[in-house]
Write a protein that binds this ligand. Structure first.
Ligand code: S3P
Length: 434
């Protein structure tokens, strides 16, 4: 595939209704639980991204029939907890850390061996955080010095453990809970800070007994998952680019309908409000057991803040675009306690610091964060490092930069946000492919 680059120019004030695609975290989990359930689960609002399609393809390789009755829908014919079939072919998770880590837990409890592989970026991401605790449960997983590919050895009897996560990670928690479905006894996960609880909520919706509260979850093995329909809300992390864009472009007002507002995801909303943003939630309601609402965002002058560290896990994917908001704000914004950003799809602290400096913004990078001095941005050429969220963040920066912002290597935007360019241009961006 040839490399896709963008240029982002100042456009008009952003106006209109922007319906962002379905939530990535929820879409991955709906496929996996649907596959292990008895019966047929219908998923609506499914994210048609490369990450979630990779998970669907892996499950199909393992013998699960997954139909696509329409775009954004999947019908998953569950095979039951013990119905997956092994394959000698590698299972390709693409760019998706969530896919690989959750599948590692799920596959650890199978009777057959599996090999999980990923693209260049995923092949650099740390896997000991899942393989170490899974080994404590009795799993046998070989990695390449802690990196993918993962060789998961089947036929290992698993037993429950109580595990305190060294870093707040919903992926690790979820991997252990999925392995726990196959374990003898109780599996309990305790978190240093609560993280997104979609696995817990969805297990309950599929009828698996689970006891959970913010910061901990416990289940026992040997029950049954019952097929259920899943309504996927719009992804807050995708909405985030438009929240920042409308906040920084004068005269803007956007409405983002039916966005998932799980409190473990909406840290950016709080951070932007602390910076002076004007964001309203309309029509707040429950859908499929999740809080959702319409976000209405209007331009407002932003000022720098010291970001409360407690917000970090609740906005872990939103830092690239927060950095753009900080660059557009008056004064200094300081982020600390965010070292996890170094092991995402790219080293996001380094990628954002380098990119913003290219646009003339003063950034002091620290091992676990950065200080950004807001001010005028110039045009320039940015390397996205193949990271979807870095690419979209600099597309937002281009809206207020003094010259065109060229963003190189935007192909991976399709992993989480297919159709971003069209949707963005539809509300007032001036984004072109080059
Ligand atoms: C995710 C958890 C987060 C997040 C990722 C999706 C999930 O990762 O960054 O995009 O769906 O569980 P960590 O658990 O590594 O923090």
């Amino acid at each position: 595939m040839s490399r896709l680059d963008w240029t982002s120019h100042t456009g008009r004030a952003l106006q209109g209704r922007v319906r962002v695609p379905g939530d990535k975290s929820v879409s991955h989990r709906a496929l996996m639980l649907g596959a292990l359930a008895d019966g047929v689960s219908h998923i609506r609002g499914f994210l048609e991204g490369e990450d979630t399609r990779a998970t669907a393809a892996v499950l199909q390789q393992l013998g699960v029939l997954i139909e696509t009755p329409a775009d954004g829908e999947r019908r998953v014919h569950g095979v039951g907890l013990h119905g997956l079939r092994g394959t000698t072919q590698p299972l390709d998770c693409g760019n998706a850390g969530t896919g690989m880590r959750l599948l590692a837990g799920l596959l650890a409890g199978q009777a057959f061996d599996s090999t999980l592989i990923g693209d260049e970026s995923l092949s650099r991401r740390p896997m000991r955080r899942v393989t170490d605790p899974l080994a404590l449960m009795g799993a046998r997983i070989d990695s390449q010095d802690g990196l993918p590919p993962l060789q998961v050895h089947g036929g290992q009897p698993l037993h429950g453990i109580q595990y305190t996560l060294p870093v707040a990670s919903a992926q690790v928690k979820s991997a252990l809970l999925l392995a726990g479905l196959y374990a003898q006894g109780d599996t309990e996960v305790i978190e240093p800070h609560p993280t997104r609880d979609y696995t817990e909520r969805m297990l309950a919706a599929f009828g698996w007994p689970i006891d959970f509260a913010p910061g901990r979850a416990r289940l026992s093995g040997g029950h049954t998952l019952h097929a259920t329909d899943v309504e996927v809300p719009a992804d807050f992390s995708s909405a985030a680019f438009f929240l920042v864009a409308a906040s920084i472009v004068p005269g803007s007002e956007l409405r983002l309908p039916s966005v998932g507002l799980n409190p473990r995801r909406t840290g950016l909303l709080q951070a932007l409000r602390l910076m002076g943003a004007d964001i309203r939630i309309d029509n707040q309601r429950e859908s499929g057991g999740e809080p959702v609402g319409d976000l209405v965002v209007r331009h407002a002058p932003l000022h720098g803040i010291e970001l409360p560290e407690a917000l970090v896990p609740d906005m872990i994917d939103e830092f690239p675009v927060l950095f753009v908001a900080a660059a557009a704000a008056k004064g200094r914004t300081v982020v600390r306690g965010a070292a996890e950003l170094r092991v995402k799809e790219s080293d996001r602290l380094a990628a954002m610091a380098t990119g913003l400096r290219t646009l003339g913004v003063a950034v002091d990078e620290a091992p676990d964060g950065a200080a950004i001095d807001g001010g005028a941005m110039s045009g320039g050429i940015i390397d996205s490092h193949g990271d979807h969220r870095i690419a979209m963040s600099f597309a937002v920066a281009g809206l207020i930069a003094g010259g065109p912002v060229r963003v190189n290597d935007c192909n991976n935007v399709a992993t989480s946000f297919p159709g971003f360019l069209e949707l963005a241009n539809g509300c007032g961006f001036a984004l072109a492919t080059v």
